[in-house]
Design a protein around this ligand. Structure first.
Ligand code: PLP
Length: 318
């Protein structure tokens, strides 16, 4: 089953290319060694028009990932920021997903990547719920993966690098094969790290708990948003070590991620989380998050970047 998106134009190194012409040579370094970094950004229909959520923060993380991998894109952060807006506008998409990507192109094929020039592209497409159409409402069943996340100082997990995601693919395939929607990974030390493409939160006795940044996970922008919303809602927070067994005793649990948004988890390894239904703190945070990204609530931090001058809209995930 293919869910490959198709839109009119992609942006490559400063100009637009029709979708069908966006091709790469087979000797592209990133294809052989995973030498790419990327972002995943959502934009939503709001009363002001399509708005990209936390675009500035995603661009910052993108360039941080590049620095970690000694990649110097020829486009500046300001140009990439504008490119993201332009791709949405040019394709006339009112809600969906944006994928900026920098990768080592064609140059040399040894392990020294510097002879392979860094190329940058941005693609946008309409995209619905990542974990299924009723995942936000009903929650998902997950397992603890037999695969662990990379140990600190192996693959730098604060960099959102293409190569990191072969680990995520192993987790995701195993989970699906075994009848789960997704997986939770432990870190190298055996405590809870994150999902295959999401951060994780637990609730126990009214306290919101999430693993601290320990060099095994991505610092999610949605994670940061949820911590900010929890503070605003005066929900007590603890970021720290999360032993695996607390997954089986939590009252509530949910994934956070740009793609997954705030997805309740209703069971782990077939053990129900709490009552097996999304709990009240999960619901409050999920509602606050959706209100924020859809421009229905306040945006005190200026996190919504409205795309002005849209053509007549053609596509939407709604
Ligand atoms: C491995 C991993 N962890 C966490 C996240 C959540 O990050 P964010 O909230 O910035 O999308 C993602 C999503 O990109 C991810 O791929």
């Amino acid at each position: 089953m293919s869910d490959l998106p198709r839109t009119d134009f992609v942006w490559q190194d400063g100009s637009f290319t029709p979708w069908a012409d966006a091709k790469l040579h087979i000797m592209t370094h990133a294809l052989h060694y995973g030498s790419s970094v990327f972002e995943g950004i959502r934009f939503y229909e709001t009363p002001e028009g399509p708005a990209i959520f936390r675009l500035k923060d995603h661009v910052t993380r993108f360039y941080d990932s590049c620095r970690i991998y000694r990649m110097n894109p020829s486009v500046t952060p300001e140009e990439l920021f504008d490119a993201c807006i332009d791709v949405v506008r040019r394709n006339g998409i009112t809600s969906g997903y944006l994928r900026p990507l920098a990768f080592r192109g064609v140059g040399a094929l040894g392990l020294n990547p510097v002879a392979s020039p860094v190329r940058t592209l941005v693609v946008a497409w309409p995209w619905g719920r990542y974990l299924g159409s009723d995942a936000l409402e009903k929650g998902v069943d997950v397992c603890v993966s037999t695969w662990t996340r990379p140990a600190p100082n192996t693959h730098p997990t604060l960099a959102k690098a293409g190569g990191n995601y072969i680990n995520s693919c192993l987790m995701k395939m195993e989970a699906l094969e075994n009848g789960y929607s997704d997986a939770i990974a432990l870190g190298a030390g055996g405590t809870v790290s994150e999902g295959s493409g999401q951060n994780i939160f637990l609730v126990r006795d009214g306290v919101l708990v999430t693993p601290e940044l320990d060099g095994t996970m991505l610092e999610g922008i949605t994670r940061h948003t949820i911590l900010d919303l929890a503070r605003r809602l005066e929900i007590p927070i603890r970021a720290g070590t999360v032993p695996r067994e607390t997954l089986y005793t939590a009252d509530e649990m949910f994934f956070t991620g740009t793609a997954s948004e705030v997805t309740p988890i209703r069971s782990v390894d077939r053990i129900p989380v709490g009552s097996g239904k999304p709990g009240p703190i999960t619901r409050r945070l999920q509602e606050a998050y959706m209100e924020l990204v859809e421009g229905r609530g306040e945006d005190p931090k200026g996190w919504l970047e409205v795309v002005r001058d849209m053509p007549t809209s053609k596509t939407s995930t709604a």
